[in-house]
Structure formats: structure tokens, C-alpha cells
Design a protein around this ligand. Structure first.
Ligand code: MOS
Length: 696
């Protein structure tokens, strides 16, 4: 770190990760790596049917193996007191609700032995007919009461049908996205230690308090008897934002064998047990007048949930506030299938939803003969179409214009399949992105130490995003102290309670609590400075919801540009250039922010070209459940990524003026690439991923 840290320049400075040296030297302990005396190992058995019940379990071979300490099945599992959702009622009955569900757990002296024993368990099932395929005419479709996190399921304004009927230009298309599985580098992992009637957990999670809550409820313990420790987390992308059955199983294992138990999901197990992004089927209808002003927007989204728990992805919600149109309609329908419950994955809702909307906007631009940027500018709403509230700030047009300049968008030949470079068809595409800026209440404590040092305590989580660094910057700035004098502690349920690292809310929400505690502490220090020694003085804060959230629509925006090359002979697809310009309020650390945007855009590229979980309807299983077959963009796929942002002062979002940036990077990337593919080839791919067979 060579950045000079004077107060004036600290916020926004490209400070290198404070935890970086520990990570690269292998001395930052991840959940599985904590050294615990007497630890033993768990390995599960997963169901091989998608629906039915377990009729018999033969553990005789497994339990005869030397070193096997315990085998837990629904026949002997401890009773769970109050699992907060049915998926967490692990081994509580003989019922199987999805393929891959836990049906037994072996605890043994070594990991290898636990696995060998698990494979030696023989389980018989009574199989029922399963339904695992999402389709628009599924008998299972129903209308959920609300969609995540708490939005109206359907909205309707004006008369969309009449407006479409009289529109000069129309688009009516269906876009589909497959299931995607979160694959953080560090799999979900837990060490569970029972001691004195309480539990200590080292857990790879996005929020220690959220795990603490779930474990306390499940095992019927007072909160203070559950201690969750998670200082370093190797990614999550939403999949560690809520507890999954593996944590319950590990705690149960430790309870049964009365030894500390370790269990990390294998990569293959992550495809059944750690959540995933639901597949979507989305119909978008757009109507426009002769000048390209939208007269109607309709977005009907279908996604899936499980029979155990309702997860209603808010796929069409972003569409409600994106563009001005007098007639608007959105709806969400869910199919309850015999599958694992979908969960959060980076920009749940916005990511697949904006792929559909921004592809459709590109189709409309061609229909109207308008430049796609101009079409978007013409339909920029003056206020939030849905609530009528003003935007706290809305930088979409600035991002589009700035991006066009940086990318070299003009002049551009709009007719597809016109540009060639050797044997490669060349195309460029653009898409807009948005993500909401929310503030979630949090608590923080700051203590003045000797010699002008400070300790800052908050149960924030750094899932690889840079929270260790950014929160230290924010605290140092608020305390008017050098970075080096601020000692931060995060990732522990004994620290002041804060919400999970999710929804792109962390920096703003945790930072606001820190700033508030710092303000109080400084006030006290200046009062008492000359009277008593300051060391040991402390101040706490408890922030509230942002009252401005009811008066303003608050979102971050982005403009994504892509250049693609498609080989004329092989249809091989390359993306030599991605560019993103973002309007996300105040950027707190230029280096980690750039990494966040780049990570999001890379994940968007991966979504556009590679990622797809393929379900075998006969078994109800995702069959490509490893990195050999579930393809993720690698270095060779990622070429130039140009990232920038515009200065945006937003006094309403929160006292820091920071909108979240963790998710918006993925939101517009896939549509920009699909639009560029159309420009290059004249082929409109409406179902992701854009594999070369779709371009033949
Ligand atoms: Mo993020 S999918 O909100 O953890």
C-alpha cells in the first residue's frame, strides 16, 4: 500500500486490500482451515430419486468400518426444534423432495473414511412420479402473493393490449435463461463444535448473524449459545446469504458423536445443496409510436420454486421503473417443482430480467430504425413510472453517452452482418443496467485506544469484495485518523449485529453505522478530552431505515457495451472488448470497485456464452455438475474490459452517498453481448447461453 492517506483523499482512494498479504500468504483462515483439536469429518449420502420416500437403510457395511464414529439417518437423527424453513428440517422424515437431498450422514476419523462409509450405505426408496421441468404451460403454475424481497407480484397501468394494437412498432418475443449455479471458489464449509450446551461454528457464510439466528432456532438454543465465526470467505455470490442444509447436518453430526465435526461440500454437491438461480421464461411486449416513444411495456415472467419452500424471484421488477410508457404490465408466475429450492445469485431478478428487457429494446431499436442509445434516451422517465417518486439520482443517459464516447460507438453501421475482419463477422451492442440502492439498519461500536488508535467492531462480512479495506477507510475518514490507526473486526456473531453481505447493501449500510458511531465518539472525545484519558471511551450506533426511501426511487445505473467476433466458418464466438460505465453514487475505493465491476461483467460474459445447468428430466438432476462440464469463463475468454464511472453526488441514498456496486456489473452484460451477436450475424439469440450451435 503506497497510497497517501490524508483525510481529504481517503474516501475513493485505490487502497490495496488490507487482508491481501494474509490471503496471498495463506495465513487468512477460511472456515475449513481453522485448527480444532479432536476434529472429525462428515460426509453425506444424497438421495438418488427426485420424489418419494426412503423405505430402508442398510448401514451394516459402513458401520463395520474401523474409524466410523456415527451414522445419522432420519431413523436416529436428533429432533430439530424449529427449523426456520422446511429445507432445513434435515433428516427429520423419510420424505424426499428433490434429488440430491441429504438422506444420511457419516462421521468418521478421516474425510476419506467418511466418504468410503457413505458410499457403503445402501438405501431403498419408494419412488413417486416427479415433475422437474419448467414450462409455460405447466399445470403447476401459480401466482405467489409477493415476489422477493417484498414486491407486488403483478402490476398494471393503463391498457397495454389497446396500446400494443395501435402501436406503430411492436416487439413480442420470449426470452429464456437456464438455471445457473453459484460457484464461489471456496465451497460451503463448516466446523461445528458443541461445548457446554452451546455451539461454536466456523462457517463460510455471507453473514454470521444470519447463521446464528437459523442455528439457534433449529436447535432450540438461546442466541448467545451460538457463536459463528467467519472472518474470511472465498466468495458467495448470494449462495452463502442464507444457511443451507449442510450447516444443520454438520452441527447435528457434532451433537451425535460429541466431537467437533468438519464438512465442506464437494463441487458436485454444490449443484444440489447450495442454491442456484432459477431458470426463467420471459415474454416481453413493447409498443412504440413512429418516433420510438414507448406506448406499452409488458413483461410476464415465469420461474420455478421447490415443493419445500417458496422462492419467488422478482424477474420483472426492474422493468417497472426502467422506461417511461403510459401503459405498463408486469407479472410473475411460479412453478412448484420437485427440485432444490432456488436462491439468491448475483442480482437475482435484475440479471435475467434485464437480459430480456434489454434484448427486446435492441429489437425495438431495429424495428424503429433508431440507434439503440437514442431509443433509450427518448424513453428516459422523468420520475419513477411505478411510484411517481423522483429519482434520488439517475445517471443512465450520462452513462450511455459517456460509454458511447469511450467505446467509439459512432459512427455505426446498424445493418447486421455487414462488418468483417478477415473471416470474422464483427458486431457491437449496448444494453442498460440498473440495481436498487438499499440501506439496511446496522449496529457498530468504536473504541478509542491508546495513542490515537481505534477499534471498530461490526459484524460485516468480506466475501472477497473488499469490505475489510473499505470499512477501514470509512472509519479512518470519519475518525480523522490515519488508516494504520484503525483496527477493524468483522465476521463474528459476537460483534454488533449487521445484515448479510447481500443485495449490494454492505458498504452503504455498514459504513453508515460506522460513520454514526464515529460521529458520536468524536463528540464525546472533544467533550472529555481535557478531563480524563480518552482511552477506553467508546460509542455505539444503531442506524435506522432510510426515511428518504419512501420519497425517492433509488437505483444505480450502468451502460454496457460489447464487441463480438463470430468466425464465419466455425461460428466460434469471441468477445474482444467489454466496456461498462456506471453511475453508482460515491465510489469508496477505486481499486476494489473496479474489481467488483470487472467481476460482475466477467460473470455476465460467462452467463452470455457458457453457463447453463442442464437438467435430466428422467432423474431430476443437474447433470453437468462440475467444472469440466459447467463451463465458466476463464482467462482466455476475458479480453479487454474497460471500466469507468461518473461522479455522482446523491444526498438521499445514505450519508455516504454510496450506491451498491456488487451486483450491477452482471446486469447488462449478457444483453450487450447478445445484441452485439445480432449486429454481427443477424441472428437473434433469445435463449442463453449463446453457444455456437445457435449461430450456425
Ligand atoms: Mo447477493 S445475490 O444479494 O448475495
Amino acid at each position: 500500500m503506497v497510497v497517501q492517506t490524508t483525510r481529504k483523499t481517503l474516501i475513493g482512494a485505490p487502497v490495496s486490500r488490507i487482508d491481501g498479504p494474509k490471503k496471498v500468504t495463506g495465513s487468512a483462515p477460511y472456515a475449513y482451515e481453522h485448527e480444532v483439536k479432536g476434529v472429525v469429518y462428515g460426509f453425506p449420502v444424497q438421495s438418488t430419486i427426485a420424489k418419494g420416500r426412503v423405505t430402508s437403510i442398510d448401514t451394516s457395511k459402513a458401520s463395520a468400518l474401523r474409524g466410523v464414529l456415527g451414522i445419522i439417518t432420519h431413523e436416529n437423527a436428533p429432533h430439530l426444534v424449529k427449523p426456520p424453513q422446511p429445507e432445513l428440517a434435515v433428516l427429520q422424515s423419510d420424505k424426499v423432495a428433490y434429488r440430491g437431498q441429504f438422506v444420511a450422514m457419516v462421521i468418521a476419523e478421516t474425510q476419506e473414511l467418511a466418504r468410503e462409509a457413505a458410499e457403503a450405505i445402501v438405501i431403498q426408496y419408494e419412488e413417486s412420479e416427479h415433475d422437474v421441468v419448467l414450462s409455460a404451460d405447466s399445470e403447476n403454475l401459480y401466482k405467489p402473493d409477493r415476489v422477493n424481497p417484498d414486491f407486488a407480484t403483478d402490476t398494471a397501468t393503463g391498457d397495454v393490449e389497446a396500446a400494443l394494437a395501435s402501436a406503430t412498432f411492436r416487439v413480442d418475443q420470449t426470452y429464456t435463461t437456464p438455471a445457473y449455479h453459484n460457484n464461489p471458489l471456496e465451497p460451503h464449509a463448516t466446523i461445528a463444535i458443541w461445548e457446554d450446551g452451546g455451539i461454536t461454528l466456523y462457517d463460510s457464510c455471507q453473514g454470521a448473524h444470519s447463521v446464528q439466528d437459523a442455528i439457534a432456532q433449529t436447535f432450540g438454543l438461546d442466541l448467545e449459545r451460538v457463536h459463528v465465526i467467519s472472518p474470511y470467505v472465498g466468495g458467495g455470490f448470494g449462495s452463502k446469504g442464507q444457511i443451507h442444509p449442510n450447516v444443520i447436518l454438520t452441527v447435528m453430526g457434532a451433537q451425535v458423536v460429541k466431537r467437533p465435526v468438519k464438512y465442506a461440500l464437494t463441487r458436485q454437491q454444490m449443484f444440489a445443496l447450495a442454491g442456484y438461480r432459477t431458470p426463467t421464461l420471459q415474454r416481453i411486449r413493447l409498443g412504440a409510436d413512429k418516433d420510438g416513444h414507448l406506448t406499452a411495456i409488458a413483461h410476464n415472467a415465469i420461474s420455478q420454486t421447490s415443493t419445500l419452500h417458496e422462492f419467488a424471484e422478482q424477474t420483472a421488477v426492474a422493468t417497472r421503473s426502467m422506461y417511461a410508457a403510459p401503459n405498463r404490465l408486469t407479472s410473475h408466475r411460479l412453478a412448484k417443482l420437485d427440485v432444490p429450492t432456488p436462491s439468491w445469485m448475483r442480482a437475482p431478478g435484475e440479471c435475467p430480467g434485464m437480459f430480456a428487457l434489454e434484448s427486446a429494446m435492441d429489437e425495438l431499436a431495429y424495428a424503429c430504425g433508431l440507434d439503440p442509445i437514442e431509443l433509450r434516451v427518448r424513453n428516459e422517465p422523468k420520475k419513477d413510472p411505478e411510484t411517481g417518486n423522483p429519482f434520488s439520482s439517475r445517471g443512465l443517459v450520462t452513462c450511455l453517452r459517456e460509454g458511447a464516447k469511450r467505446f467509439g460507438w459512432q459512427p455505426r453501421e446498424q445493418t447486421p452482418r455487414k462488418r468483417m475482419k478477415d473471416r470474422w463477422l464483427v458486431g457491437t451492442g449496448v444494453a442498460a443496467a440498473t440495481y436498487p440502492s438499499n440501506l439496511i439498519p446496522a449496529n457498530a461500536l468504536i473504541r478509542a485506544e491508546q495513542n490515537g488508535y481505534y477499534t471498530v467492531l461490526i459484524d460485516a462480512t468480506d466475501i472477497g469484495t473488499g469490505a475489510w479495506t473499505i470499512l477501514t477507510q470509512i472509519a479512518a475518514d470519519a475518525l480523522d485518523a490515519p488508516l494504520e490507526r484503525v483496527h477493524l473486526e468483522i465476521g463474528d456473531s459476537r460483534l454488533p449485529r449487521a445484515y448479510v453481505a447481500g443485495g449490494s447493501t454492505g458498504t452503504a449500510s455498514w459504513g453508515t453505522a460506522i460513520v454514526e458511531a464515529a460521529r458520536k465518539l468524536r463528540a464525546r472525545l472533544s467533550e472529555e478530552h481535557n478531563v480524563i484519558p480518552v482511552e477506553g471511551l467508546e460509542a455505539t450506533s444503531t442506524t435506522k431505515e432510510n426515511p428518504q426511501a419512501k420519497r425517492f426511487a433509488m437505483h444505480a445505473y450502468g451502460a454496457h457495451f460489447a464487441e463480438v467476433h463470430v468466425n464465419q466458418d466455425t461460428c466460434e464466438l469471441r468477445v474482444p472488448r467489454l466496456l461498462g460505465v456506471f453511475a453508482a453514487g460515491r465510489i469508496m475505493n477505486a481499486k476494489t470497485a473496479r474489481s467488483q465491476f470487472m467481476g460482475g461483467m466477467t460473470m455476465g460474459l460467462s452467463m452470455a456464452l457458457h453457463e447453463e445447468s442442464i437438467l435430466d428430466p428422467r432423474f431430476g438432476d443437474y447433470v453437468n455438475h462440475d467444472f469440466a462440464e459447467y463451463h465458466i469463463a476463464t482467462n482466455a475468454d476475458v479480453r479487454e474490459i474497460d471500466i469507468s464511472w461518473i461522479d455522482e453526488e446523491d444526498p438521499h441514498v445514505n450519508p455516504l452517498g454510496a450506491k451498491g456496486i456488487g451486483e450491477i456489473g452482471i446486469v447488462g452484460t449478457a444483453a450487450a453481448i447478445a445484441n452485439a451477436v445480432y449486429h454481427a450475424t443477424g441472428i437473434r439469440v433469445r435463449d442463453l447461453p449463446i453457444t455456437l450451435d445457435k449461430l450456425l
